[in-house]
Design a protein around this ligand. Structure first.
Ligand SMILES: *Cc1c(COP(=O)(O)O)cnc(C)c1O
Length: 346
């Protein structure tokens, strides 16, 4: 039996919590094959802070404050949701923020990148090749740079995924537990997107720690199954290394591979169509980088009988709306675009 209350590390209240667990009646009809489809609305954790990263940042920010750090350094793609959330959290707490972004400096101020700028983050852009080759060294250089100036900079890994950040989703399982009780869900399969693995790691460990009758599945949006199994195990080992009093449980990562498509942040026309269809059916907007692919993975696996062991299926909406706008061009020429043009010419 899992303990009733876990002792959490310090946490700064930043996210709007609890988020709703919402039933999707028309999506259940459309894709559910007799199952009930639910969505955990972590796209509602805030306005500009929306999405999954703020749950991790609640614990990371507390760690930064208690460690006397005055600057947060983190990294990601140009349209990184994690970088945007970190920049805004830093502004909200009066900390400095420095983002190491992968890619050439964009010409357009748009999406997450615009919000990074508004939040006053310092931004360094590195071409992808150099970024992948030198990321660790870049973090070290900048940490040393701030140290020389008498500042203390905390290096936050990609996606905030480490033994501190994953507490955000260990804690989210306590919320899910209350959601299951409230909505009469006896047991469920739970599906999320995996990009840096922290959400998956927190959920995978969290369901065991909280004794939640749920199986966690993650659809990878980059790399492959082997990569994410290693990464999730690494994050779970890190949480035990940092918090040795955490009760020992066995937790097994499960990855649904095969939905990356052409690559990270490259969605197929089918994913854009699916985003549009879910929006029309339920008024819920997914993104092309993470949640659109994860939802596609979930309904494809559902069709193939993957989730036949229980009647309820919960999709974790991890946010990402600001990454949708810079990819609006993905809808051009799709069914959605055709439908819009029909109406316009009637
Ligand atoms: C970062 C992100 C994910 C992936 O979460 P990880 O914890 O990095 O695996 C999923 N969805 C959205 C919208 C994200 O921004």
């Amino acid at each position: 039996m899992a303990p009733k209350t876990l002792k959490y590390p310090p946490r700064v209240n930043l996210a709007v919590r609890p988020t709703p667990l919402q039933y999707l009646p028309r999506a259940s009809e459309r894709w559910g094959r007799g199952k009930r489809l639910w969505i955990k609305r972590d796209d509602l954790t805030g306005s500009t802070l929306s999405g999954n990263k703020v749950r991790k940042l609640e614990f990371i920010a507390a760690h930064a404050q208690s460690g006397g750090y005055d600057t947060l350094i983190t990294c990601g793609g140009i349209q990184s949701n994690h970088c945007r959330a970190t920049a805004l959290v830093a502004a909200q707490l009066g900390l400095q923020c420095h983002l190491l972004l992968r890619g050439d400096q964009p010409e357009e101020l748009e999406g997450n990148y615009l919000l990074d700028q508004l939040a006053g983050a310092r931004i360094s852009c590195y071409p992808a090749k150099r970024y992948f080759r030198e990321l660790d060294a870049l973090f070290e250089e900048w940490e040393a740079y701030y140290a020389q100036r008498g500042q203390r900079a905390l290096a936050i890994p990609t996606g905030g995924s480490d033994g501190v950040g994953i507490w955000g989703y260990i804690a989210a399982c306590e919320e899910l537990s209350a959601d299951f009780t409230e909505h009469g869900i006896p047991s469920a399969n739970v599906v999320c997107a995996s990009g840096s693995g922290g959400t998956q790691a927190g959920l995978t460990l969290g369901v065991e720690l909280h004794g939640l009758p749920a199986t966690i599945w993650a659809v990878n949006v980059c790399d492959d199954e082997a990569y994410f199994i290693d990464k999730v195990n690494e994050d779970m080992a890190d949480v035990y290394a940092r918090y040795p009093d955490l009760p020992r449980v066995s937790a097994q990562p499960r990855v649904l591979d095969g939905y990356v498509g052409q690559g990270y942040a490259k969605a197929s026309e089918a994913v854009f169509d699916l985003i549009a269809e879910l929006t029309r059916l339920e008024g819920v907007v997914l993104d092309p980088v993470y949640t659109g692919k994860a939802f596609q993975g979930m309904i494809t696996e559902l069709d193939a009988g993957r989730f036949d062991d229980c009647e309820d299926l919960v999709f974790v909406h991890t946010g990402g709306v600001f990454g949708l706008f810079p990819q609006a061009g993905g809808f051009v020429g799709t069914e959605t675009d055709a439908a819009v043009n029909d109406i316009a010419t009637e």
